[in-house]
Design a protein around this ligand. Structure first.
Ligand code: HEM
Length: 150
């Protein structure tokens, strides 16, 4: 089959963006940070956990997700929120200490979740998930930049 000029143009339009060097691509309005990566991993484990936490049959799988969530929490603790990086240097140490403390509280709650699941205490585990959501909400309120400044 012969390729028509139109087909050729379509093919080029599809291939061209991939061929452009990264520097020529439009810049996203939000730079991905190490913290974004860690938070995204936390999010995917947490969303699955929310769906299955009440089901005792899923406890072994849930515990594997808790391990993933915990690992990502530790990575997130070591990363610096953009909001703190943009603060005047003199304010950063106190903000970092407050952030670390909140993340350590989160990790302690994740450990409670693991203990409840190991003991097959699913209603307790479901209550701990709610506590984690509250900690997430409070952490985001305190430490995330507003979307428009990102
Ligand atoms: C289970 C709990 C949590 C989940 C599932 C979660 C999830 C997320 C998600 C999905 C994002 C957006 C990532 C992106 O834009 O790619 C994010 C960002 C962020 N989260 Fe969380 N989060 C949790 C708890 C917390 C806590 C407790 C804190 C603070 C103590 C926190 C601080 C932040 C910050 C500062 C950002 C913005 C990233 C940056 O500044 O570079 N998160 N989180």
């Amino acid at each position: 089959m012969k390729t028509t000029p139109l087909q050729l143009a379509l093919l080029l339009a599809l291939l061209l963006p991939a061929a452009l060097p990264a520097a020529d691509l439009p810049k996203p309005d939000h730079e991905e940070s190490a913290l974004d990566d860690a938070m995204s991993s936390m999010n995917s484990a947490f969303r699955k956990l929310r769906r299955q936490v009440a089901d005792p049959q899923q406890n072994p799988a849930s515990l594997a997700l808790v391990a993933k969530l915990r690992k990502a929490c530790v990575e997130a603790t070591l990363a610096l929120p953009t909001k703190i990086a943009r603060m005047p240097t003199k304010d950063q140490a106190a903000a970092k200490a407050a952030y670390t403390e909140k993340m350590q509280e989160l990790i302690a709650t994740v450990d409670e979740l693991a203990a409840a699941l190991k003991a097959n205490k699913n209603p307790e585990a479901a209550a701990i998930i709610k506590e984690l959501s509250l900690q997430e909400e409070a952490g985001h309120k305190q430490f995330r930049t507003k979307k428009k400044d990102d």
